[in-house]
Design a protein around this ligand. Structure first.
Ligand code: ZN
Length: 419
């Protein structure tokens, strides 16, 4: 599918200043790195290509079907891996436990590298190919880095990842396996982040950092577009998602807003951002007139949402306000319980941050805040196999150890049946 470039302008989310969509344009000249730019389209024109009647017959794989509302010239520049089009399950057993008749799971842990971040990395790689910018750089030890490295490997693009020196070995192994150049910075994550920004300016590399490159949010918004399609081209009543730096919930908000701008939905689903109590800067800001107070440390079991300085705060808060949503704060112990409940009640094994929205939903249901007939979607953002050791810590039991003779098996089973 070839389009004329569909982006009409990049508009600062803080001061409203407008910029042309050109290479090396990341943030607002006036507002600096906090001035994240919003990507805008000719919505009336693009809506004609995204009507439900057309999409129902669309055979294009993954993100390609959303190309008319993505910042790319051609869907053929998207990586060949199947990104998006992730499963959407009716979670009946889990719904029964919570007293909900219409509970759904969007399982983004089924993306190629196991997380929703693949949506953003795929759009980033397509943009880099179209603007002929190489290498791509990012600072991360988590899902964003492995996602970028995997997408780059699929098209042969060079990528340079800055990690803090003490990054977990398992995560570095995944990056090296994908062929990334990994620079271990003698410092903490923020040092790695700052160095990657300097390299972007000095060497002209393409930057994939979340909350900096405006096109990443456009990749993340495709989760909202798919939820709309999965719900029969309607908006659900609630979408719950975990929140760290705010980019994913900001992307969801942008996706539903774009659908409304195109006249494809009448109302926005309520966005519920769920944060861990140790890492709840945005929830506190929401309760305090949107005043964002960064914190030096943000400890939580859900490592993917441990963020003390949320880089996409303005977009996240806007998305929640516009949709008449709210934030919910949960304890690590509640996240651990939700991780096990999700897996045992639905068969979906999520990483801690992927199960965090369920922890929030449990809390809201207990407080009677969700009507039983409401159509509720939980967005599972990452696969549980990414951190098996963490998952074992979340369980209150291990396997049952037995001797290898059949008699022991028999007596063990008998004692188990008595329980
Ligand atoms: Zn600005």
């Amino acid at each position: 599918m070839n389009n004329p470039f569909p982006v009409t302008e990049l508009r600062c989310s803080l001061c409203g200043k407008s910029f042309a969509p050109e290479p090396f344009r990341y943030t607002c000249d006036t507002c600096g790195n906090d001035g994240i730019l919003e990507v805008l389209y000719d919505y009336e024109r693009q809506a004609a290509q995204l009507q439900p009647a057309l999409l129902k017959d669309c055979k294009l794989p993954g993100l390609s079907r959303w190309a008319p509302i993505l910042p790319i010239h051609s869907a053929s520049n998207l990586p060949p891996l199947r990104v998006g089009q992730t499963p959407f399950y009716a979670a009946q057993r889990l719904g029964q436990k919570l007293g909900l008749s219409q509970l759904y799971l969007k399982d983004d842990g089924q993306n190629p590298t196991g997380s929703l971040k693949d949506r953003a990395s795929a759009v980033c790689v397509a943009s880099a190919l179209e603007m002929k910018m190489e290498p791509i750089t990012a600072a991360s030890t988590g899902n964003a880095a492995s996602s970028l490295a995997g997408m780059c490997a699929s098209v042969g693009l060079k990528n340079i990842i800055f990690v803090p020196e003490k990054a977990p070995k398992a995560k570095i192994a995944q990056l090296l396996m994908f062929g990334a150049t990994v620079l271990a910075v003698r410092g903490v994550y923020d040092d790695a982040f700052e160095l990657s920004l300097k390299a972007t300016q000095e060497f002209g590399w393409y930057n994939r950092n979340t909350g900096f490159n405006p096109y990443l949010l456009e990749g993340k918004k495709t989760a909202a577009l798919e939820i709309w399609a999965d719900c029969g081209y309607q908006a659900p009543d609630y979408v719950l998602v975990s929140v760290g730096d705010g980019c994913i919930i900001g992307g969801l908000g942008k996706g539903f807003l774009d659908l409304q701008r195109m006249g494809l939905i009448e109302r926005l689903p309520r966005l519920i951002g769920v944060q861990a109590s140790g890492s709840s800067v945005l929830a506190k800001a929401f309760a305090n007139g949107d005043k964002v107070v960064p914190q030096a440390e943000a400890p939580t079991y859900a490592d993917s949402i441990s963020v003390g300085y949320p880089r996409a705060a303005s977009l996240a808060l806007r998305g929640v306000h516009q949709s008449q949503g709210r934030f919910v704060v949960v304890e690590d112990s509640e996240i651990q319980k939700a991780q096990a409940l999700l897996a045992s009640s639905s068969g979906v094994f999520a990483e801690p941050a992927g199960a965090t929205p369920l922890a929030g939903l449990v809390k809201m249901c207990q407080a009677g805040e969700i009507p039983p007939q409401a159509r509720v979607v939980l967005l599972v953002t990452g696969n549980g196999l990414k951190d098996v050791e963490g998952a074992m810590k979340a369980l209150d039991h291990g396997p049952i150890s037995i001797d290898k003779d059949p008699q022991t098996l028999r007596s063990t089973l008998e004692s188990l049946l008595k329980l």
